[in-house]
Design a protein around this ligand. Structure first.
Ligand code: RP5
Length: 166
């Protein structure tokens, strides 16, 4: 029997990715899901990354979020070891500033999907993972609606402020 794993796994290729990727973990926690945050690289620690994905899948992790920069193969490598949804976050680093990681993450071959968000889109990745899980969790769906309502109110307040000024 596998040990119970977190609802969502947030993985990144380097600790230097954490500043951006913590946005995914914080969003997942805000929506009251459990999260495991790991630094595991497709290139530098391929065996540990694969073992973590297999154990997490067996333990019940529902969605994997993977952030990496430059030759960003982490999301694709994770998808190779699980049939749970994988969300890729291309990160801006190195001389091409994210164009390389965007293409490396998004251009998956048929049969191995990775849902790729914007370069640096960690917060959206957390939200998207929660939206996937909310399909079978009405209480979570209500919390996501509240999150969206808060954003709607912010824009309406900004609109009122700008209209009053000009
Ligand atoms: C990628 O290489 C990582 O995801 C990171 O974005 C980039 C640079 O890694 P470090 O040299 O900062 O460890 O694998």
């Amino acid at each position: 029997m596998s040990e119970k794993a977190a609802d969502v796994a947030v993985m990144m290729g380097s600790k230097s990715d954490l500043e951006v990727m913590k946005g995914a973990a914080e969003m997942v926690k805000k929506l009251r899901l459990t999260v495991a945050v790991r630094v595991l690289s497709a290139h530098r620690t391929p065996e540990q990354a694969a073992a973590f994905v297999r154990e997490s899948t067996a333990g019940g992790t529902k969605v994997f979020i993977c952030g990496a920069g430059v030759a960003a193969h982490l999301a694709g490598a994770v998808a190779a070891h699980t049939t749970r949804p994988v969300i890729g976050v291309p990160l801006a680093s190195g001389s091409l500033q994210g164009f390389d990681s965007l293409l490396s993450t998004v251009q998956m071959p048929p049969g191995m999907p990775v849902a790729t968000v914007a370069v640096g889109g960690a917060e959206n990745a957390g939200l998207l993972a929660a939206q996937m899980i909310a399909i079978g969790d009405p209480a979570l769906a209500t919390r996501i609606e509240a999150e969206r309502e808060a954003r709607r109110q912010k824009v309406l307040e900004a609109d009122a402020e700008v209209r009053a000024k000009y």
